[in-house]
Design a protein around this ligand. Structure first.
Ligand code: NAP
Length: 252
């Protein structure tokens, strides 16, 4: 997207989780380019520092581990320190253990459901009071093809992402009357650390590309327009939706 096509997000503060790599890193940069101030959260401080340097003044790194449920309210409070309370939250932190059904462990299940589904809810719950006070908020969750489809090794991950689709509707039901729109992006296949196993197998990557209507896998820039839309005034009457950004994978 050209900068001129961006909605103007100046005056807004975004908290982006999973900002050290992949789609979260891209989201932080694009929101900053559109004028938002961005708090970038992930565990790897070095990767966040390079993002901070690239965005020159618009992004502040917040190294933190989201896995501790009890610490989320404190993280929400700390996220308000650099620029004021976030009125946009993008939940890009996620993991996929790829444990096959017969070998799913309680540990793998718990960490997946907690990080992919529990964190977006409880972190948002801690951010919502400030959004309500402002009468404006935007929540963007990350769903998946696996919100709708089953894939091998996708028991915990698919359950978490099916949950994200429903969580998005439930968030919309709870908070939209306060000016807070809750939506999700459902990516197709994008080359990131998360999908290294898929893209390291060229035949598998090509099969996935062929399954789309467009005929290719996603590039991180493909996420820019949908993300900015869901973080802007343009989506004021769009809430509770999962926007599939998948090149038409789920249309076929
Ligand atoms: N790529 C795709 O094709 C695709 C497809 C469908 C859905 N998605 C979804 O899109 C979102 C972004 O995925 P991605 O592909 O960009 O993955 P990624 O490159 O692997 O990024 C995942 C991010 O989550 C962070 N993270 C993991 N555990 C964390 C923890 N305990 N605390 C804080 N941060 C943590 C990682 O940072 P640290 O390691 O530094 O903590 C990293 O920044 C995920 O929800 C994923 O499920 C992606």
């Amino acid at each position: 997207m050209k900068a001129a096509d961006h909605p103007d997000l100046s005056g807004h503060v975004a908290l982006v989780t999973g900002a050290s790599s992949g789609l979260g890193r891209r989201a932080a940069l694009v929101l900053a380019e559109a004028g938002a101030k961005v708090v970038a959260l992930a565990r790897r401080a070095d990767a966040l520092k390079s993002l901070e340097d690239e965005a020159a003044g618009s992004v502040v790194a917040m190294p933190a581990d989201l896995i501790d449920r009890g610490g989320l309210a404190d993280l929400a409070r700390r996220a308000a320190e650099p620029f004021g309370a976030p009125d946009i939250v993008v939940h890009a932190a996620g993991i996929n253990t790829r444990e096959v059904a017969d070998e799913v462990t309680p540990e793998g299940w718990d960490v997946t459901i907690n990080l992919n589904l529990g964190v977006p809810f409880f972190l948002t719950q801690a951010l919502v009071p400030a959004m309500k006070a402002k009468g404006w908020g935007r929540i963007v969750n990350f769903a998946s093809l696996q919100s709708h489809r089953a894939f091998p090794g996708g028991v915990s991950y698919g359950a978490s992402k099916g949950g994200v689709a429903q969580l998005t509707r439930a968030m919309a039901e709870a908070w939209s009357k306060d000016g807070i729109c809750a939506n999700a992006i459902g990516p197709g296949f994008f080359r990131t650390e998360l999908t290294a196993a898929v893209f390291d197998d060229p035949e598998r990557a090509a099969r996935n590309a062929a399954q789309t209507c467009i005929g290719r896998n996603g590039e991180v820039e493909d996420m820019d327009g949908p993300l900015l839309f869901l973080c802007s005034d343009a989506c004021a009457y769009v809430t509770g939706q999962v926007l599939m950004v998948d090149g038409g994978f789920t249309a076929k």
